[in-house]
Design a protein around this ligand. Sequence first.
Ligand SMILES: Cc1cc2nc3c(=O)[nH]c(=O)nc-3n(C[C@H](O)[C@H](O)[C@H](O)COP(=O)(O)O)c2cc1C
Length: 280
Amino acid sequence: MGFGFVEVGTVTPLGQAGNPKPRMFRIPEKNALINRLGFNNEGLDAFIANIKRSEFHSILRHEYAGKQSKTPQNRMILGLNIGKNAATPIERATDDYLIGLAGVYPYADYITVNISSPNTKNLRALQSDEALDGLLGALAQRRGELAQEHSAKKPIFLKIAPDLDEQQIKVIALTLQKHKIDGVIATNTTLSREAVQGLKHAEETGGLSGAPVLEASNAVIARLRAELGKNYPIIGVGGVLSGEDAQSKIKAGADLVQIYTGLIYKGPGLVSEVARALKR
Ligand SMILES: Cc1cc2nc3c(=O)[nH]c(=O)nc-3n(C[C@H](O)[C@H](O)[C@H](O)COP(=O)(O)O)c2cc1C
């Protein structure tokens, strides 16, 4: 389809059903949707089995490296995105992330630590000062051990929400640097309903994605870039529905762009449109 890389997840240590259906609502007037899936997934073991079956992962690529038999799939970059189970108390969140990190480590080109879903109770509280410091400290230490064990240092990216003020972004930037976390993904879905007020489904609980999140996401990217300096990797995501939207992410300071809701409304043609626009 023309993607440069792919990220899958969020996976939690144990399988879980997520929230009851209905849990996803389109707001087509605004090229938006609200979801409250709640990390419905089959758990870490099933996730890894799927990745192995896909012939699309890091281990395979290493095995193929010397053999001249690389297929295009083997050259894809794969990010694996980890989270916590709903049933794990928030005070024990770090345990779940450490399990996820160790589990996905051998198969990932990079690991995303998702602390910004609005659909797992208190998850976003992990973005604030001491909680973030503790979590990133633990992950950085464990990553050091895993790097030795697997003879490969895999980058960790932190995925954050768009609903953060300047001060919060500043603290996040400092904490990322303190623990030598490799990059940041901005942003997840928003809790704001400003852009969809009065429309059908606008009051559903969950995270809003698509066109209405573009501006808020870009503002977070721009703040992050200002705080982190020019050589820090930022993946921009939120509200890309055209090549121009993707360019606005790069202009805001992103190095790479991801799409989700845009793919739902625009279909696969969006991928080549974005790739061409970014090349220009
Ligand atoms: C149906 C749906 C499910 C999502 N699930 C996850 C998830 O499991 N983990 C995650 O980090 N982000 C998840 N997201 C957030 C997206 O990855 C993305 O950050 C957000 O939707 C903003 O980008 P977009 O406007 O291009 O959709 C989900 C978004 C949608 C619409």
